[in-house]
Design a protein around this ligand. Sequence first.
Ligand SMILES: Cc1cc2nc3c(=O)[nH]c(=O)nc-3n(C[C@H](O)[C@H](O)[C@H](O)COP(=O)(O)OP(=O)(O)OC[C@H]3O[C@@H](n4cnc5c(N)ncnc54)[C@H](O)[C@@H]3O)c2cc1C
Length: 442
Amino acid sequence: MRNPIVIGMSWIAVYLGIIVLPLLVLLFYPPTPNAERSFWLEFSVALGFIGLAMMAMQFALTARLHPIEDSYGIDLILQFHRYTSVVAFFFILVHPLILFIDNPETLQLLNFFQAPWRARAAVIATLALIALVVTSIWRKRLHIPYEPWRLAHGILAAIAVGFGLGHALGVGNYLELFWKQIIWVGMAAAALWLLLYVRLLKPLFMLKKPYLVETVIPHRGNVWNLVLRPRSHQGLNFQPGQFAWITLQISPFRMREHPFSIASSATHPDRLEFGIKAVGDFTNTIKDVKPGTKAYLDGPYGVFTTDRYEDTAGFVLIAGGIGITPIMSMLVTLAEREDERPLLLIYSSKSWEDITYREEIEALKDKLDITVVHVLREPSEDWSGESGYVDKELLQRYIPKRPATRNYFICAVPKMMEQVEAALHDLGVPVTNVHMEHYNIV
Ligand SMILES: Cc1cc2nc3c(=O)[nH]c(=O)nc-3n(C[C@H](O)[C@H](O)[C@H](O)COP(=O)(O)OP(=O)(O)OC[C@H]3O[C@@H](n4cnc5c(N)ncnc54)[C@H](O)[C@@H]3O)c2cc1C
């Protein structure tokens, strides 16, 4: 089997290689020497080139490419996308600032109506980039709904990279050689191709593999299980804990695709269940979805799966609320595979009546070597079990004496995940044994 660490490191090397490629080219094949070009001018241009290359690479990071997703998981990739966007933004903003300080006459280039088109392209790219960053960081504060934001995000990114490249080609100082232009145009074409792949080709593939809603089953905690059956194909081979993007009705070209963990057994790729909590526009409609409705899936994705840790002595599964869905898939799959390893489920819910899949989990006790600890935030007076938050003291009471012998899976609201992760660390669980799925990735 190929070593995942080596694969992960290789992707990082590829990323860094592409980012610095334009600079390496400049280093080995510098432009015609010009005595008037100061160090700061060269430095500013270098920042501009790196920033532009980083921006172009964002298309690859967000294209849901399986080889990359399978190495890191979507939340890590999106986190990387966010951080590197801010760094690229900083480089691109500092690039003209240095020029203005080094040679104040260049400030005239900001006069949009009189400036040459290459300067106008730079202004348009920078404004698009500012809009991109502001609407992403403060999307919720600005009350921008997810779908329009996502559409605008793609358009603004294409404008920023397209006009940024136009600016670089227009300035030309460093790109006068034909093949240097080829590198840049190639990078931009690859970015555009990725955008088309995600928005056009992938939906076309999905169109060929539709699913039909078989039924919608109500569960405790305002959760609805959407049951899908493949129509004229084999279904979806997935690992327990993975998720898929669902589009309901009309076509997969719609922007309304939402990610949901598969809650059913991985041994049945031809019957998929998604446990969906009603929290907003889309999820509130699930209860009314009619049997026979068409659905399209993009997946499976994610590295949050017990299947990656076959050698472990057992699993500790920690869920909060709807975070139970991927864990439910792990449990039912392990049960169907007659897995005999010891399992511990620590499950935080609001009240006894709110525990999603309470009866189903109880039934699994007959098939698995499992200890279930329910933790209630609002217990009734006669509740004698655990209550409050899942903290270090609670975990210490239940996790094995040799904690490093298990793998730990956490899926809950961000605050609970942070606290549980820190507590496990304090209790001696190696970071490599802790796996988390974030539902608030955007
Ligand atoms: C990997 C993953 C697995 C998930 N698994 C489950 C699950 O098994 N069960 C479950 O109930 N929920 C799950 N979620 C959360 C679920 O995707 C959101 O609750 C749902 O998309 C909210 O949509 P809405 O229109 O009803 O709510 P809204 O009120 O419109 O959105 C609430 C918030 O959800 C997020 N969101 C909205 N639309 C999308 C979208 N299209 N894509 C990504 N995020 C969006 C945004 O942060 C938004 O602010 C999962 C999320 C992720 C990332």
